[in-house]
Design a protein around this ligand. Structure first.
Ligand code: FES
Ligand code: FES
Length: 172
């Protein structure tokens, strides 16, 4: 018979410091807590969604230090010292970003469950350079699964950005 492992719930927690959507704070977190669960349950940022919870669907995508990451595959403690961006940080003073406006205008979402992860993936991608062709648009969406839209509206939204100054604004 195996012996029970005695884990002190207090001792298993450590302090981390994070900047989330521009606000720097310290948090006392369970070392086994995923970054996705930390954002949703400890910080209250429930716009980061969970689908597969093993890195396949992209619903949990956020930006960490300018790179799109799957927050279900990281522990919160691994993000100590990092700067995070979630979907809640995109709009400024209630005004949607050009990318969000393009998604709305081109009916690029239905249930919206995948949308926050897709938007964050695309924000990171657009900071690397414009998306100008359908092939580039589909490639940029290839890491995120949407069960509703068929992706056509998202491709249209992205191509509309390449024809406007708004695409440049997403890089900021
Ligand atoms: S929930 Fe993280 S990739 Fe699916
Ligand atoms: S809009 Fe429903 S999963 Fe993408």
């Amino acid at each position: 018979m195996s012996e029970a492992i005695d884990v002190d719930p207090i001792e298993s927690k450590i302090w981390i410091t994070l900047t989330i959507n521009g606000s720097k704070n310290s948090y006392f977190v369970e070392q086994r807590l995923t970054l996705a669960d930390f954002l949703r349950k400890e910080v209250g940022l429930v716009g980061t969604h969970l689908g597969c919870e093993h890195g396949s669907c992209g619903a949990c995508t956020i930006i960490m230090d300018d790179k799109a990451v799957r927050s279900c595959l990281l522990l919160a403690v691994q993000a100590d010292g990092a700067s995070l961006e979630t979907v809640e940080g995109l709009a400024r003073d209630g005004a949607m970003t050009p990318l969000q406006e393009a998604f709305r205008a081109h009916h690029a979402l239905q249930c919206g469950y995948c949308t926050s992860g897709i938007l964050l993936s695309l924000v990171a991608r657009l900071r690397e350079g414009p998306i100008e062709t359908e092939a580039e648009a589909r490639e940029s969406l290839s890491g995120n699964i949407c069960r509703c839209t068929g992706y056509t509206g998202m491709v249209s939204a992205l191509l509309s950005l390449s024809n406007s100054k708004s695409g440049d604004e997403e890089k900021q």
